[in-house]
Design a protein around this ligand. Structure first.
Ligand SMILES: CSC[C@@H](O)[C@@H](O)C(=O)COP(=O)(O)O
Ligand SMILES: [Zn+2]
Length: 207
């Protein structure tokens, strides 16, 4: 495991910013280190130009352990990263981005899950079935972020999600993986699937 994952996080953030998925200060990225704590983007930093000082290291219980800049505050959505790492012991990185398509697709369903198209790209999210019936969990975008985190934790303890990704309504996607490289891959795959869903709806394809 990488001892200091900030270089990978900065690189991913630049890439996501360029793709329009982390416009302005939107989104947050984290990755764990050996002791179980994690580096996460500090709140309110411009995601197109992160530097190593724009992070903080927090414990799994949310305690601030290290900050290169005393003015840094942990991401406002740190509790969601804590929930993911607590639910999935193997998760080493957790990435959250705000694309237009991730917000749009949450308006296509009223319930707690979004049906995904049975496309080849699902294999990249760990689904190896023919004509799979797969759903991505959708959560309400409570103003109080810890409430979203609690609902994520409660639901995932009851039911393991089929894919390592979740949507927050009209907000964005959060993915997790056992490495920073794989988390980057998961974001790209999830976003591809959202673009497919929007395009399929435009041409009247149902799945
Ligand atoms: C553009 S504001 C978006 C924030 O409210 C939040 O959803 C977000 O993703 C970034 O918050 P941050 O505290 O910088 O990690
Ligand atoms: Zn967000």
């Amino acid at each position: 495991m990488n001892t200091d994952p900030r270089e990978s996080l900065m690189e991913a953030s630049r890439q996501f910013y360029q793709l329009g998925w982390m416009a302005g200060t939107a989104g947050n990225l984290s990755a764990r280190v050996e002791d179980g704590s994690f580096w996460i983007t500090a709140s309110g930093k411009q995601k197109g130009k992160l530097v190593a000082d724009d992070f903080v290291r927090v414990s799994l219980t949310g305690e601030l352990l290290e900050t290169p800049n005393p003015e840094n505050k942990p991401s406002a959505e740190t509790s969601i990263h804590q929930a993911i790492y607590s639910c999935f012991a193997d998760a080493r990185a957790c990435y959250h981005v705000h694309s237009v398509e991730a917000k749009l697709v949450t308006n296509f369903v009223e319930g707690e899950k979004l049906p995904l198209p049975p496309i080849e790209m699902l294999k990249g999210l760990g689904v190896w079935e023919e004509n799979p019936q797969v759903f991505m969990p959708v959560f309400h975008n409570h103003l109080q972020v810890p409430k979203i985190a609690q609902e994520i934790s409660d639901r995932f303890h009851r039911e393991t999600p089929q894919v390592p990704a979740l949507l927050i309504r009209n907000h964005g996607v959060t993915v997790w993986a056992n490495s920073a490289a794989e988390a980057e891959n998961h974001v790209e795959l999830a976003e591809y699937i959202f673009r497919y869903i929007v395009a399929a709806r435009q041409v009247g394809i149902k799945f």
